[in-house]
Design a protein around this ligand. Structure first.
Ligand code: ZN
Length: 413
């Protein structure tokens, strides 16, 4: 399985200058590869292999290319050919595409080291920092927010300068599937080691075993974003100040995105660690049902990211993640199955047929759990969370604050 980890990087001034220089030389190489390809006759275009073989020759003629690490140079040749094949695919699909453009300094932002030419020193940094070495460039400090697990192989490392001026390093990782923890036996699943999740409106998530996790408080960040956007609208387009302000806006947006991603990482890790099976609603269906406007679509994109994280972690931590049919999870009674329509503002589920009463989202989460079991071909287990809730009469939900998740990286049990 392949996936990636991305970290904020803090190169020293001196190393940053070298990173910039390498970016620029790689860009020149990319443009040279493009030129070499373009000027070849139509029936004799060089392949990636051909052009890799020309690297030695090019290095002799243009010593500046000799400054690059050879595997990194090959990765740049590979990038051109990947772009080329993507362009071809688009053309085949009927898109009107031109040729590959020359890369200007402003749009060539990253360099990849493939297979070799890099090192990771996890012990050198303090606390949450580590160091990566790029051959011919030097060591770069990164904020090592989540360690790379022991059983994975680092296939490649990329450094990137964002439009905001911030540096990032990302690792292309591969896990040998035989080393992964085994997913628990489906037959051994029961309600105590499985959970259904309602992706929230009221809460961030509501679990079938009675936990509600709060939304991340982003109010201040959004306020700041609106403020910076207002400032941008007052600047003259194309001016230096405009450019400066545009970067500021991009930075705030990125900050919000990172904050949400970090939060989602924490929650999804908690879930796959704690449970043997996690069930969520299938969003493609859900957005159609709830389909009310832009805000919802935006949140759907965030939930998709959440589910993607859940799914890739499922294998890393040995957990089943299953998406279930979303239709009617709110309407249906988790206890007896009778459907009762309820408008969005009705927060309680109170079943006219069997008398089962609980929170609206708790009912939905239990339905998700139920559907998960049937999706896996299992019957509804003997002891259901429905019974537990009915027994206590007054359902007592455990409210988990966002700061608890962020600080401890766990859900209270
Ligand atoms: Zn009922």
């Amino acid at each position: 399985m392949e996936y990636s980890h991305r970290y904020r990087a803090y190169p020293t001034q001196e190393v940053a200058e070298r990173l910039e220089h390498h970016l620029d030389v790689h860009r020149q190489l990319y443009n040279h590869v493009r030129w070499d390809y373009e000027q070849a006759p139509e029936d004799d275009k060089p392949s990636e292999y051909d052009q890799n073989n020309r690297l030695t020759d090019w290095k002799q003629r243009w010593p500046v290319f000799g400054e690059l690490h050879s595997k990194a140079a090959q990765a740049t040749v590979a990038r051109f050919h990947r772009n080329l094949s993507n362009l071809r695919k688009k053309k085949e699909k009927g898109y009107n595409v031109g040729r590959l453009k020359r890369q200007a300094l402003s749009d060539y932002r990253s360099v990849t080291y493939n297979q070799s030419g890099f090192d990771l020193d996890e012990k050198r940094g303090h606390d949450k920092y580590a160091y990566v070495r790029f051959s011919k460039i030097g060591w770069v400090k990164i904020r090592y927010s989540r360690p790379i697990p022991d059983h994975v192989t680092i296939k490649e490392v990329t450094f990137k300068k964002e439009t905001t001026g911030e540096w990032f390093v990302s690792f292309g990782l591969e896990t040998d599937d035989t080393n992964l923890p085994e997913n628990p036996d489906v037959d051994s699943l029961n309600t105590s080691n499985s959970v259904g999740i309602d992706l929230g409106i009221q809460n961030y998530i509501h679990t079938s075993d009675g936990k509600t996790v709060d939304w991340l408080d982003l109010e201040d960040d959004y306020k700041r974003l609106r403020r910076e956007q207002r400032k941008l609208s007052r600047k003259q387009k194309g001016s230096n100040n405009y450019e400066k302000q545009r970067r500021k806006v991009a930075k705030v947006k990125r900050h919000i995105k990172r904050k949400v991603l970090d939060y989602q990482h924490k929650i999804t890790t908690c879930l796959v660690r704690e449970y043997d099976a996690v069930f969520v609603e299938d969003l493609n269906v859900q957005s159609m049902i709830r389909g009310d406007g832009n805000a919802r679509n935006k949140q759907d994109a965030a939930w998709r990211q959440f589910i993607t994280l859940l799914e890739y972690k499922a294998d890393l931590y040995g957990c089943h993640v299953v998406q279930v049919e979303a239709r009617g999870t709110t309407k249906e009674c988790a206890s007896c199955g009778v459907e009762t329509a309820k408008p969005i503002w009705v927060r309680e589920h109170s079943c006219p047929s069997c008398g089962f009463e609980t929170d609206r989202d708790a009912n939905a989460a239990m339905n998700v759990l139920k559907r998960g079991f049937s999706e896996l071909g299992l019957g509804w287990p003997e002891s259901t969370p429905v019974e537990t809730v009915t027994a206590t009469d007054t359902p007592d939900f455990q409210r988990v604050s966002a700061s608890h998740v962020l600080e401890t990286g766990s859900l209270p049990s």
